[in-house]
Design a protein around this ligand. Sequence first.
Ligand code: AMP
Length: 307
Amino acid sequence: MNKKNSNPGLVVVGSIGLDTIETPWACKEGILGGSASFACAAASFFARPGMIGVVGRDFPPNYIQLFEQFGIDLEGLQKDADGDTFKWSGVYETNMNNRRTRLTELGVFADFSPKMPEAYRECPFVFLANIAPELQSNVLSQIKKTGFVVADTMDLWINTARPALLELLPGIDLLMINDSEIKVLTEESNIAVAARKILETGVKHVIVKKGADGSMLFTQSSIFALPAIPVLDVVDPTGAGDAFAGGFTGYLSKQNDCSEPVLRKAMAYGTAVASFAVESFSLEKLQEIDMDMIEERVAQLKAMTDF
Ligand code: AMP
């Protein structure tokens, strides 16, 4: 874990929540989740992430300590003592690629007004993790845009806040989205056609996450694909996409480069971190790993794709 006490190398806004997860084999209640939690923990192996978000009066203090252990900068994390923390509950089928959202309670995120710490404003790498697109735009408007902005989203926002999401797109450099969601967003059933539609809006890069089937990067002139690392014992896939995106953006920040060869390598590092995230509930496995273990999985991925 990166425990350096320096300005953040990347800024992450997203949800910080208490999740209740049911898999075919176990059920966990009120565990640490949220897109920003997974993304910041994953990014922390490469750079110091600054977390922007809000927690409520019921947020356990030991989860704050855990963020600190990951070396996450918490100056942008607000506590709202008048409300409850964001809550999400999901149920997985035996085929863990299929999940159903049982509950989403925005809690303190419903009235959240992000306040950008001064030290974050000129940070070149920004990850707008999955949260209401209005909040993603709000954070973007407070940043002096000098570098690379990545944004993620999910079906809830595509269905309930589509105009705000479409407004966000021209301000970002890379849209990170999963395969079923890009189909809903673009109303296209073919991923390549859907990605082209997004590129036509002016977004220069699109990464389509395909869960256990890997990910694809689309630009105006190229397509790159990576498989996922086969994980034999998937405990809980929650947060895999956020861990992928956090590892990806953290790697870009560490390299201070967003050329296409670096984007491709960043996908490999994101894939490696995500493969650990699914081996436990919440951030448990990410607490146990180190950079050598991540490098081993990247080497495994390289061997798998070398022909
Ligand atoms: P993933 O499995 O990568 O889609 O991420 C799941 C995580 O995202 C969980 O920890 C949830 O707390 C969080 N989450 C679920 N729904 C939303 C939402 N509508 N907005 C923001 N975060 C969410």
